[in-house]
Write a protein that binds this ligand. Structure first.
Ligand SMILES: [Zn+2]
Length: 297
């Protein structure tokens, strides 16, 4: 049974990532996947109700002092999706600065559940973005992802699939997290539907992409192929750099894709700068050793 001391969370303030980490600090280290429903219950959420035919993904009903509360989630969503929504509502519940203007409490739509830091221009969207940051850190803790990446080198869609299973989260949510947190191998992830780009997530170190929302997947790429088998991760292939990124000399782009049901598709890109390979390191190493050998003779 999970017991969470809310006094310890009160010292943390409103930083969503630190709040999630303070919750994680109080649950057993080997809790996998993160038991978000038990965590909710330990925080005095007395009910998680599933409802259909509602216009939002999730809602939080709680008094102003947030001494207790109830969460509503859409019953017709996958358990992975429900878990992220519950995490999001807990983000509103635990954040001392989050107050809804709606007398019915927070009612969070699909757009709210996709809100990001860049949307923080208004108070409402800032709260939504913070609730998402909280949920992402709670359900996909950065330290745990890092451990996985350190023992599974090289970027691969198979890693995203394994992580999604391990953390019981959707492949899409995990792919977003993967793109932003993979410091070992900077990647870009492209989400598309029916061969049209939905959105892109990339690591800061990955080159700027030249594709945008609603544009078709570039021709002559493995992702543009029509006969992809749903659920099967493609082999890696070398892509023409100009297909995906603003063309730069000496850059190599590698591409892998996964077709999913209903026309959804995930594409993973990695890059390499030509001449920046291990071979050059070997030559540098050789040069640095040569004088010593010469002196020894
Ligand atoms: Zn919300």
């Amino acid at each position: 049974m999970i017991i969470i001391d809310r006094m310890e969370l009160e010292d943390v303030g409103g930083d969503p990532v630190k709040l999630a980490q303070a919750v994680l600090d109080q649950i057993p280290d080997n809790s996998f996947p993160i038991p978000v429903r038990e965590i909710a219950s330990a925080l005095n959420i007395y009910e998680i109700k599933e409802e259909n035919n509602i216009s939002f993904e999730g809602a939080l009903i709680a008094p102003d002092n947030k001494s207790e509360g109830a969460i509503i989630v859409r019953g017709d969503r996958s358990e992975q999706r429900k878990r992220f929504t519950i995490g999001h509502e807990l983000g509103h519940y635990l954040n001392p600065w989050h107050k809804s203007d709606n007398p019915a409490g927070f009612q969070c739509t699909t757009a709210n559940l996709a809100a990001e830091k860049s949307d923080k221009n208004n108070k409402l969207m800032r709260m939504e973005a913070e609730a998402n940051e909280f949920s992402a850190e709670l359900l996909m803790p950065y330290n745990k992802i890092k451990q996985f990446l350190n023992s599974n080198s090289g970027a691969d869609i198979d890693h995203i699939i394994r992580l999604a299973e391990l953390f019981e989260i959707s492949k899409e949510a995990m792919a977003r997290r993967y793109a932003l947190t993979n410091f070992n191998d900077p990647t870009a992830v492209i989400f598309s539907k029916n061969k049209k780009i939905r959105y892109v997530k990339k690591h800061d170190d990955f080159p700027w992409l030249n594709v945008k929302h609603a544009s078709p997947i570039p021709h002559n790429t493995i992702s543009s192929k029509k006969n992809l088998i749903i659920g099967k991760v493609s082999a890696w292939s070398t892509a023409s750099p100009s297909a995906w990124v603003d063309s730069k000399p000496n850059i190599l782009i590698f591409e892998q894709t996964l077709a999913q049901a209903n026309g959804f598709q995930i594409t993973l890109l990695t890059y390499e700068v030509e001449g920046d390979s291990d071979d050059r390191d070997d030559i540098d190493l050789e040069n640095s050793w040569t004088p010593k050998f010469a002196r020894g003779r």
